[in-house]
Design a protein around this ligand. Structure first.
Ligand code: SF4
Length: 357
């Protein structure tokens, strides 16, 4: 017979494993989820989805905000260690703890549901493979917070500064209360003003995504994920001095592009991480040497160039300064100096010389 396990004991254990936030959704809260994003498609007997978060420390962004140091964010705040070690270690230990009590626990690493290829189900009537949860919606269902206008997930404790993962289990737990819609994001539009690629619509454009969980309706801006991905993953010269160095004279205005998120990945990853022959012009052989170096710092192979200028930095600068997170910093605000942004194209050396002659 399975040993009993209370939600309180479960949370206490998860916190002891370094996880900062833990929330519980019952499976009924996913009734509006598409089949290929439904937890029961992974584990049909699932009764609860436990969503966890670990903070991204604010100092991760300091180097990018000052325009002086990039690797920290990829390494500590994104894929390098946070997503591939710090969070999974806590998730795995918590899943072991649940299984020690006789319940099955599926540790879930958040994938990307936008890129599910068309595949036939492996069994008639079953859901096709490559099921991924929409982790931010799962976190909303678990009462951890809600998506802000920028679609970045906000919590009362950290604002936009956390990353998420989950455990799907047949252990039945009392769900946590849902956050009141609109209670964390005040629609200040700082994210819109701070976004270098014009990816986040202003609220007056009326581009809104809506979901319903129980009787609550959550809304956020319909973000252009193609532009967002181009900017974040190294296709945007306004936030990448490395692009200017490797491609002087290059002109590519991300804010004018209309591409899908998937195609944006297909552009950025081979471009940022690829290599060609070593030449005098490019002794390293890398296509964009600076981007490749950032990726090689990490352990998960991913990399972040854009540093979430609007959706994260502008947002927590706003929320921290107004006491709308539970993170008092002695030296607030985060943004203390004029912010840098590069032109989409830097004039070539010969053009600059021509101007001064
Ligand atoms: S900056 Fe943050 S709080 Fe302000 S509108 Fe954007 S998501 Fe909401």
């Amino acid at each position: 017979m399975a040993a009993s396990l209370t939600k309180e004991a479960l949370k206490e254990f998860a916190f002891s494993q370094g996880l900062d936030l833990v929330g519980v959704a019952n499976i009924e809260r996913f009734e509006n989820a598409p089949p290929r994003m439904h937890p029961a498609a992974i584990f049909p007997e699932a009764r609860s989805v436990i969503v966890v978060a670990r903070r991204i420390i604010r100092g991760n962004w300091r180097g990018i905000e000052e325009g002086t140091h990039w690797p920290n964010y990829t390494y500590f705040g994104y894929h390098g260690l946070l997503n591939t070690l710090f969070i999974p270690a806590g998730v795995y230990e918590t899943a072991c703890f649940i299984e020690d009590h006789g319940w099955e626990a599926v540790p879930y690493y958040p994938g990307v549901p936008e890129t599910q290829p068309p595949i036939e189900p492996l069994r008639p009537g079953a859901v096709a493979p490559n099921v991924h949860l929409a982790i931010r919606i799962a976190a909303t269902a678990a009462g951890l917070g809600e998506c802000g206008w920028s679609k970045v997930f906000l919590t009362k404790r950290f604002g936009p500064r956390q990353r998420l993962a989950a455990i799907i289990t047949d252990l039945e737990l009392e769900p946590d209360p849902l956050v009141e819609p609109g209670s964390l994001c005040d629609r200040c539009m700082e994210c819109v003003r701070g976004c270098p690629s014009d990816a986040i619509p202003h609220r007056r454009e009326g581009k809104v995504v809506r979901i319903q969980i129980e009787d609550k309706v959550y809304e956020w801006g319909d973000v252009d994920m193609g532009r967002c991905t181009l900017s974040f993953h190294g296709g945007d010269a306004t936030v990448s001095p490395f692009l200017h160095k490797s491609f002087p004279g290059w002109e590519f205005d991300v804010s004018k592009q209309r591409v899908s998120e998937d195609r944006a990945y297909k552009i950025c990853w081979p471009f940022s991480l690829g290599a060609w022959r070593q030449t005098e012009e490019d002794p390293s052989g890398f296509i964009v040497e600076g981007h490749s170096q950032i990726a090689r710092w990490g352990v998960g192979g991913s990399y972040a160039v854009g540093g979430s200028r609007g959706c994260m930095r502008s947002c927590f600068n706003h929320l921290d300064a107004r006491g709308k997170t539970e993170c008092p910093y002695h030296n607030a605000p985060f943004v203390r100096r004029d912010r840098w942004i590069l032109p989409c194209r830097v004039p070539l050396e010969e053009e600059r010389q021509g101007e001064t002659e």
